[in-house]
Design a binder for this molecule. Sequence first.
Ligand code: UCC
Ligand code: FAD
Length: 532
Amino acid sequence: SGEQFVPPFARAKIGSFFQTRPKLGNQFEEDQTLKTYLKRHMPTSVYQDIEADLKQFGRRVATDIYDLGLQCDVDLPKVEHFDAWGQRIDRLITCPAWKKMHDISAEEGLVAIAYERNHAEWSRLYQMSKIYLYAPSAGLYSCPIAMTDGAAKIIEGFASAVPWLKDRAFTHLVSRHPSDFWTSGQWMTERRGGSDVANGTETLAVLQKDGSYKLFGYKWFSSATDADITFTLARIVDDRGHTTKGTKGLSLFYLETRKENGELNNIYIQKLKNKLGTKQVPTAELLLDGTVAYKVSEEGRGVAGISSMLTISRIHNAMSAVGAMRRIVNLARDYSTQRTAFGNVIKDYPLHMQTLARMEVEVRGATLLTLEIARLLGREDTGIATEEEKLLIRLLTPLAKLYTGKQAMSVVSEGVECFGGQGYIEDTGIPGLLRDAQVLTIWEGTTNVLSLDVLRAVAKTKGQVLAALKNDVQQKLSKADNGDLLSCANKINEAIMSLLTFTMKHQDKMETAARDFAFNLSQVYIGKSFFF
Ligand code: UCC
Ligand code: FAD
């Protein structure tokens, strides 16, 4: 007689079926949108120069860097406020994986590539391509890298006004050597406000005999508190103890977080924030009690002075948003070939394919939008951008930040659902993508505040930013020469014309319409980006 039947779950067996996990392949090699964009725009020699590096990085972000990123999400930062003898020390403890990310960021040139300019105007696009690949595996080390890039851009902008900063800090920010590489913070938000910095900033700056300043204030959010330097805003106190209210009273300051002897620069880490996501990043409330700092901008030009950092970190934000969307779509697409339900692999269900296809279209559009900004920024970095291209950067930066932030929330949420219950399970690494996406709509300016920034840019340039966008869009659309393309081009053209007519006719409604206006402009620009 045959062997005795043993039911699969009998005698403490746990069953014989185990779901195959979604595979993460080489994130560069799998990315047709990125590869096609770079090949189309870059000279062949530049693409050939950087391709091998992007391939090795695409592999690393799916292997060792990805593993480190997951460790950062488990081994969270903490602060020891006092030593055993009662002395206040505020020792920030970060995990080994976070420290390793610092070293990898330097070695991979995640900031350096943009400033070495070995590939002239294409260096920025090359760097941003790496940032985009890095972000969903970075355990949020992408956050200090964004601010460090912004700090380097500020220093370049103030090269003639504050030349000593180049030797003092810039060389560290763009270093490829881990032991030399510094990161930067960006301290703007105070208790009274993060959007309304002009009215929210209470920090005072008191001039010292040697020309430095001492800062006294409370910075309510400071991400990546382990930074070596930071740029911040404060109000200078005059001889009579008076300050100027509003924007005109704010100046931009540079400071190093530690003194020569390694102690904190009269900075007290009051607490680390308990956050919904981005738990990997040490975000602290800081008391500044006589922190030594150096004025960088002219007095009263603080917000304008820090705006180049805002531009860079907002573009990084958009890259992170697109990176998160791309990652979850790649994982979901692979999973759809592994998972069976109702007798079929789920990729064979048209409804599931429709879900994936809709996500894919969103990601491709967002990728084109952000790569276009990186390409333009490279031209601005190297001094060859036309006036029209500068106007485009001014307008596209808030648009890309606000639009991709919102897209990331909906695409990543849909992506989580593509894994069914497994999408909700922490140690798959999937829920973290959703938790960490929410902040992309808040920091570096909320959706509404950035929609208003679009109106600020329109007003400040007397509408020239819109004219630049219209010209760029119409120039691309004019290349459409066959039936289907022509009808798409006509629709996009109608959309931009009706948006421009609306702004002219309804000036009084623009504040209320700002968000819809910004979303529609973003969609128009994405639409034209599909036309090469
Ligand atoms: O959140 C933060 C860090 C998070 C961690 C890093 C993440 C990086 C991404 C990582 C990815 C993983 S740091 C805090 C960020 N905070 C914000 O983004 C603030 C949001 N609020 C705004 O953006 C507001 O619109 C303000 C603060 C800029 C408004 O200030 P004011 O003073 O009321 O603005 P004004 O008076 O309109 O502008 C003052 C000057 C003007 O120049 P002039 O005087 O020459 O006309 C403006 O044109 O600043 C200029 N300006 C700008 N210039 C203002 N905004 C801009 C801009 N975006 N670009 C160029
Ligand atoms: P509020 O200004 O109070 O906004 C509340 C709501 O009002 C928002 O929905 C906003 O859109 C809306 N609103 C405000 N003004 C208007 C308006 N005029 N019209 C219409 N709607 C409006 N800041 C730093 O400086 N450095 C950091 O390193 C840093 N790290 C951060 C890390 C994390 C995890 C988070 C969550 C925040 C961080 N921030 C940092 C702060 C962040 O930049 C601010 O929280 C953000 O800019 C919003 O400011 P707020 O919190 O004051 O919001």
